[in-house]
Design a protein around this ligand. Structure first.
Ligand code: MD3
Ligand code: FE
Length: 218
């Protein structure tokens, strides 16, 4: 399904075994070398979402090599397996003939080398307001992986943070790729649904979202 040009949703892309492996890695990243934290907005309010970064450290609104708002350490690298997963995600979303949103011209999977990954954790009640991701100096696609609780993802337009937008349910295992004309659209997560992951799945409570990006920085 394709809510906008370059925006491709692939429900259930990650199987449960892959989701569990990713959760295991996330648990380790969350403790260090730079611990997961709620970034503090310029007005002084902490975000309700907690974030741990790989490759580059994101803080509102810039990327730094060291986490000067979280102890000053250097964040862990993006592991090769995650870069490979990002290339597979692009191949699936853009380069699979017949899939809605098929757009092999938007980005070649082999040219996709994400140098940062942001891992967001939504405890019950956390949300993310409408925003654009424009701290990256590259227009490479963003690959998003969702694990755990179902959420409402709000996909807007490039010009305003308001309507028109499309609300889409994202479930555990879903892949979303945002490239081309969708790369700089406003988006947010107004709501998550507590305890909607299958209790037999062994997944933690809450929601995890991983985004892979190319920063264009060096
Ligand atoms: C559309 N995260 O970390 S992922 C973010 O679920 C962020 O945690 C949300 O927005 C989350 O910045 C949404 C989907 C997403 C990520 C980046 C995008 C959608 C995007 C960039 C451009 C357009
Ligand atoms: Fe975003």
């Amino acid at each position: 399904t394709e809510p906008g040009p370059g925006a491709v949703h692939v429900p259930g892309w990650l199987d449960l075994a892959a989701q569990r492996e990713i959760v295991r890695a996330c648990r380790q990243w969350a403790v260090g070398p730079v611990p997961m934290r709620a970034a503090v907005m310029p007005g002084g309010h902490p975000m309700s979402v907690q974030t741990v970064c790989l490759g580059w450290h994101w803080q509102p609104y810039k990327y730094t090599r060291t986490a000067d708002d979280a102890g000053g350490g250097r964040v862990a690298d993006v592991p090769d397996w995650l870069i490979t997963l990002g290339r597979r995600a692009l191949a699936e979303a853009y380069a699979t003939p017949g899939r809605p949103g098929y757009a092999p011209e938007l980005w070649k999977p082999e040219d996709y080398t994400p140098d940062t990954a942001l891992i967001n954790y939504y405890a019950h009640g956390a949300h993310m307001g409408m925003h654009q991701d424009k701290d990256e100096k590259s227009s490479a696609p963003v690959v998003s992986l969702s694990i755990g609780d179902t959420c409402i993802f709000r996909f807007g337009n490039t010009l305003t943070r308001t309507r028109p937008f499309t609300d889409i349910e994202l479930n555990s295992g879903d892949l979303f790729v945002f490239g081309g004309p969708s790369r700089f659209a406003y988006h947010g997560v107004p709501k998550t649904f507590p305890d909607t992951a299958d209790p037999a799945s062994g997944l933690p409570r809450g929601r995890i979202n991983i985004t892979l990006r190319m920063t264009g920085l060096s």
